[in-house]
Design a protein around this ligand. Structure first.
Ligand code: THU
Length: 124
């Protein structure tokens, strides 16, 4: 969160994640005068993931300016799901919770596979 650019909210966020090859990737929120264009900390974390070699996210945490764990916003849950799937373990204020609980029945890459195209309602 020390790298955050937050002139509008004054609410710095830092995010860090363990990658499946042992790397740690991180990010901070980067705000914009056009508020809706703001990048959450998770966005820059995903950029770090790709720019440092890719891989799958295994464990994740994000914190506020005081270092307190906070919940990732809804958009960022979707963002993280793409790169960690249901088994990504998130540190939440309530404890460690898998993505399958944090974002149940998530839409993801599997839904875009050719087998799924026009196949009707999802099977559970
Ligand atoms: N923010 C994040 O960086 N990640 C989240 O998951 C929640 C919100 C940022 C966006 C904005 O810069 C500030 O927190 C206040 O909403």
């Amino acid at each position: 969160m020390h790298y955050a650019y937050v002139p509008y909210s004054s609410y710095p966020v830092g995010a860090a994640a363990l990658v499946d090859d042992g790397r740690i990737v991180s990010g901070a929120n980067i705000e914009n005068a056009s508020f809706g264009v703001t990048l959450c900390a998770e966005c820059s974390l995903v950029s770090d993931l790709f720019m440092s070699g890719g891989g799958r996210l295994v464990a994740f945490d994000c914190v506020d300016g005081a270092g307190q764990t906070l919940v990732p916003c809804g958009r960022c849950r979707q963002l993280l799901f793409e790169h960690g799937g249901n088994d990504l373990m998130l540190n939440m204020p309530s404890g460690k919770v898998p993505m399958s609980v944090v974002l149940p029945e998530a839409f993801g890459p599997d839904h875009l596979s050719s087998d799924a195209q026009g196949a009707g309602p999802a099977k559970h």
